[in-house]
Design a protein around this ligand. Sequence first.
Ligand SMILES: *Cc1c(COP(=O)(O)O)cnc(C)c1O
Length: 391
Amino acid sequence: MNPKHHSSYIELSESALKKNIRFLKKTIGKGVQLSSVIKGNAYGHGIKTFVPLAERCGIDHFSVFSASEAMEAVNYSTKNSRFMIMGDLHPDEIPWAIENQVHFYIYNINQLEKTIKFADKLNKTASVHLELETGMNRFGLDNESLPEAVSLIKENTDRIIVEGVCTHYSGAESVSNFLRIQNQKKSFSKQCKWLQRKDIHNFMKHSASSAAALIYPETRMDMVRIGIAQYGYWPTEEVRMHYFMKNMKNTSSKMISPLKRILTWKSRIMNLKEVGPGEFVGYGNAYLTTKKQKIAAIPVGYYHGFARNLSNLGRVLVGGKRTAVVGVVNMNMMLINVTDIKDVKLGDEVVIIGKQNKLKISVTSFSDMTNYLNYEVLTRLPQDIPRIIVD
Ligand SMILES: *Cc1c(COP(=O)(O)O)cnc(C)c1O
C-alpha cells in the first residue's frame, strides 16, 4: 500500500538530519565519538527507517534501551555500525548480544555473573560498559558492589572486556539540578580513578546526553550519547536559551537554531460537511457552533498519538492556515473547523506536526498545551505509521 494512503504518514528530512549531525560533531569536537540514541523507536522517528538514514548521514554508533530494540536496529543497519544496549537485557538474550558483538551496560553483579557464565559457554569475550551509580539512584554499580565487580572482571579477563565506564546525570537540562550534577561528576571521576588504580584500564568514559553535551563541555569525555538533539529538538527551553546566550554575537542578531526538526506528520481531509448554527459537533456537548461552519474530519486520533487532552485545543495546518480542533479527539479521528479556509476540499493535506507554507506546528506547542514533554509527544507516535524519507 502506498504509504501516503495510510490515514497519516511521517516524513523524515535527510538534509535536516545531516545538518544536525554536522552541528553536533562540530560542537563535541574531534576525537569524541557520537552515539546516536534510538531508544523509544528512535524517539518516534522509526528505527527501521532512521537507522539506515542516520548511517548515510555519518553515524556509526547507536545506543538503544533494550535487547529487542538492538535486534531491530542491527537488522536494519546497512553499514558496519556498533550498537550498545544502555538498559534492559534479559539474561537469556545475553548470548545473542555476545555473539553479535553488541555491547551492553552492566549495572549489577547478577548481570555480570550471567555474562561471564554465557561468555564461558560460548568461549567468547563480552564487551561491556560499566554503569556507575553516581547519584541518580536509578541503577548502576555503587561503591558497595564495585569491588566485587572488579574482582569478577579480573578473574575473567578472557571473558569480559571493559570497553567503557559510564554514568547518567539526573537532569542536566535544568539548572535546578546544577549542584546534584556537579556532585555526580565528582563521584564519577573518583570512581574512574579508583578503577584505574585497581588495574582496569583502556576504557572509554562517557556520561553526556544532549543537554549535558551542550551545556557542560567537560562531560563529553570520549563519547556522547545524543538523542533528542539529533532529531532537531532542544531538550528544554533552558538548554536552548543557554546555547543562544553563549553563541549570539549581539542581541540584535537573529536566533537561527542550528538544530533542524527532521520529522513532519501529515494526514488529509477525509470528509467535509457544513453544520448550521447552534449544533453540537461530535461526541457529547464539547463543542457548539455559533454560526454556520464547515467541519472537516481527519483520520487521526488518540490511537495515533494525538492526545485526547487536545480536544477543543489542538491546532493543525490546512491550506497554509492554522485551524482548530473542535470537540473531543476520538480514537481514530478528530474534527477541525475549516470555515475560513478558502477552496478547502477532500484529500487536502493536513499537517499535524511540522511546516506548511510559512506556518509550523512544533512538538513544543503540544507540550505547552498538554504537559507532555517533547520526548513524550514524539515517542507516542505509533510504530505502524509509515515513515518516508524526503530531502
Ligand atoms: C535517553 C538517554 C540518553 C539521550 O538523552 P537525550 O536527552 O535524548 O539526548 C543518553 N543516555 C542515556 C542513558 C539515556 O537513557
